[in-house]
Each structure stands twice: as C-alpha cells, then as structure tokens.
Write a protein that binds this ligand. Structure first.
Ligand code: 1CP
Length: 340
C-alpha cells in the first residue's frame, strides 16, 4: 500500500527538496529514494514504486497538480470532446518514461530478497478523478456522467484500460516483480455497473498481463467492495486480493478460495493508536489467514501522524509471531526470478 509519506521525517525532507509532488514523482533518483526510505528504516519484505495513480491521466494530457493540504486537482473531463482530445495511448511514455527509470533504479538498488511492486490505478478509480477533477466521496460526478453520457464513459474506460495494460507491462519490463491495481472507489458501484466497470476492465488487464508475463503475480484492491468481494474473487482478482480494513477477515477467509493470496488488513487507526491492541490485532489477522498465502499489510495506506515506533513494533510482532493454526507460512515466498 502506501508505505512512503509524511509520517517519515526523511520523506518530508526530500519532499521539501523537490519543487512539488509531481517533480518528485518524475525525478527518478529522488522517487527511488522515497521508495527505499521505508525499506531502509523498517526492512519490509517488499518495496512499492513511488509514483501516483494519477500519472496515467496526466500522461494522457489531463492537467494535474497536487495542492498541499488539499490533494490532487485535475482538469475535469466533461464530455466526449474532452475524451476525444486525450493523447493516444502510444504516446504516454513521453511522460511516463521517468517512472520506468525509477523502477530500473530500484530493481538494481534493492536487496534480492526485497520484492519490488509496481502499480497503477484501476480504470474506474482513475476515471472518477478525471471526471470530478479531485477526490470526492460517493463519486456522484462519475455516476452522473455514466447516467447521462454512457458511450463517452465507455470510451474513456477503454482508453484507461489500454493505457494501464501498457503502463504495467512497461513497469514489468523495467524490473517490477509484482504489480498491484488500486481500485480505491470500487465500493461506489453496485450490481451490473460493478461488473461492467470494476470486474470487466480488471479481468482485461489481468488477462493481458498474464498472457505476456504469466510469472508476475498480480494483486487487486477493490476497496469497499464488501459482499461483492466474493464474486470479484471468482471473476477477475488475479493472484492476490488486498482487503480494506472494513472487511471482516473471518468472512473473507471463508468466502475467498484458499488458493488465492490475501493481503491486509490491519486498520490504519489501530497502527496509530498502538499499545496492546495493535499487537493483539496483528496476531489475530495472522491467525485468521494462516491457512492460506497471506501478505501482512494495512487495509489502506499509512496515515500522516503515525508513530514510527508503532510501525517498528508491528514489524517485530509480525516477524516473531507463529500463527496458532497449522497452515502455510504467514508471508508469501518472494517470486523466484529475483532482481536483475
Ligand atoms: O509508498 C508509497 O507512497 C507508494 C506510492 C503511492 C501509491 C501506491 C502514492 C504516493 N500514491 C499511491 C496510490 C494512490 N494515489 C491511490 C490508491 C491507493 C489509495 O486508495 O490511497 C490514490 C487514490 C491516489 C491519489 C492520491 N494521491 C491521493 C488521494 C486523493 C483523494 O482526495 O482522494 C493523495 C492525497 C495523493 C498524494 C500522494 N500520493 C502518494 C503519496 C505518498 C501522497 C501523499 C503526498 C504528500 O503528503 O506529500
């Protein structure tokens, strides 16, 4: 998930050095340093590329800036004219090339035992930001766009699906060993719309990547999917599903085929609060998933203000704890091919 960020003094320091957030993302030497910071400090088993899901719309020609304290602001897509004006997918590397360079630097710099995760936003989630121009709860602007201009929405989703496949393939070629697809707003769609705009594009991306790179594990994150996780896990989930913190681990363990890896799902607030509850909850999550491949993780990114000491305690707890039930190891084995 997000393991870099403002809770780390070394991140705040680098962030000050770069002119702005986008410059940080597009400067490979600095972006690689941001990815390495949590690895150097905590020794996590996997590093995640430092970039943002909104770089794909940016590469398609959408105006983007990150405003301190407010978050991302994009020039909104209002109709077919804006969709038609997006840059062709074949040209996105003109903007995204520095990201592939960051992946290559990380691939060389990381210890062989530390897995490198590349990522992208899922088409639905990225489309919600492109239409609203920012993050909004409930996704009303995108839902209205679907209701009023479905053909244009389908066109936009098709472009984003192609761009995402291309982007992730390029990250894999540059050295990403696992890729993760963030559908942070999957929970705002239900029924046929969930199937059409969450499951279908996810399946298309998973199939396209598996065709070319069958050995690269894919993690999907349909945040907020709730009960829909059951069908998602059967239709399109890739090798591993990341669970948000709202999902009951007992329920998920029972509903999702035990051959599918689960990632998650400690509540970021439990990490903020710390104490014995942090240790107990981490152990209980480990116990719950001990009969299947499991990647211990949070249900969402580490929040600003989280104590570094709490992260250290969590890592120590997870590493030392032997889950009570008989089953497969707590953490998935690293992929066999290792770094270049
Ligand atoms: O460790 C890492 O930081 C990995 C790199 C990473 C990832 C995987 C970043 C850097 N962002 C993301 C994913 C991302 N970005 C998602 C999907 C995961 C999730 O649900 O959080 C989303 C929705 C975004 C969009 C985004 N970028 C937001 C949310 C906006 C909103 O209002 O909905 C924000 C605040 C950002 C900025 C951002 N991106 C990354 C970081 C470390 C930050 C914080 C920047 C800062 O505080 O300086």
């Amino acid at each position: 998930m997000r393991q870099a960020g403002r809770y780390l003094p070394e991140y705040r320091q680098l962030r000050k050095q770069a002119r702005d957030f986008l410059t940080l993302c597009y400067t490979p030497e600095l972006a690689a340093q941001v990815s390495l910071q949590p690895i150097q400090r905590f020794g996590f088993d996997a590093a995640i590329l430092f970039a943002d899901i909104l770089l794909v719309p940016h590469s398609l020609g959408t105006g983007l800036r990150f405003v301190d304290g407010l978050g991302p602001r994009l020039s909104p897509i209002t109709g077919q004219k804006d969709v038609g004006a997006l840059r062709p997918v074949q040209e996105i590397d003109e903007v995204l090339a520095p990201v592939y360079e960051t992946v290559a630097i990380l691939s060389d710099a990381l210890p062989r035992t530390t897995t490198l995760i590349g990522f992208a936003g899922a088409p639905w989630t990225v489309a919600t930001y492109m239409i609203a121009g920012r993050g909004v709860p409930g996704q009303i602007p995108a839902l209205r766009f679907i209701a009023e201009q479905r053909d244009s929405f389908d066109h936009l989703l098709g472009i984003l699906t192609k761009a995402t496949i291309h982007y992730l393939q390029r990250q894999i070629l540059a050295g990403a060993e696992v890729v993760m697809l963030f559908d942070s707003w999957a929970g705002s769609l239900v029924g046929a719309e969930f199937e059409r705009y969450v499951e279908k594009p996810t399946l298309e991306i998973v199939r396209a990547l598996k065709k070319v790179h069958p050995e690269v594990p894919i993690i999907t994150f349909p945040r907020g999917a709730g009960q829909r996780l059951r069908r998602f896990s059967r239709s399109c989930c890739g090798d591993c599903i990341a669970l948000d913190e709202q999902t009951d681990p007992l329920w998920a363990n029972a509903q999702i085929d035990e051959r599918i890896c689960i990632q998650g799902n400690l509540h970021p607030e439990v990490l903020i609060k710390g104490g014995s509850k942090l240790v107990r909850t981490a152990q209980s999550i480990s116990d719950n998933f001990s009969g299947r491949p499991h990647i211990f993780n949070l249900g969402h990114g580490i929040r600003p203000g989280t104590s570094i000491r709490h992260v250290e305690i969590l890592v120590q707890t997870v590493r030392e704890y032997r889950p009570g039930r008989i089953g497969s190891p707590l953490v998935c084995s690293p992929p066999v091919h290792g770094h270049k």
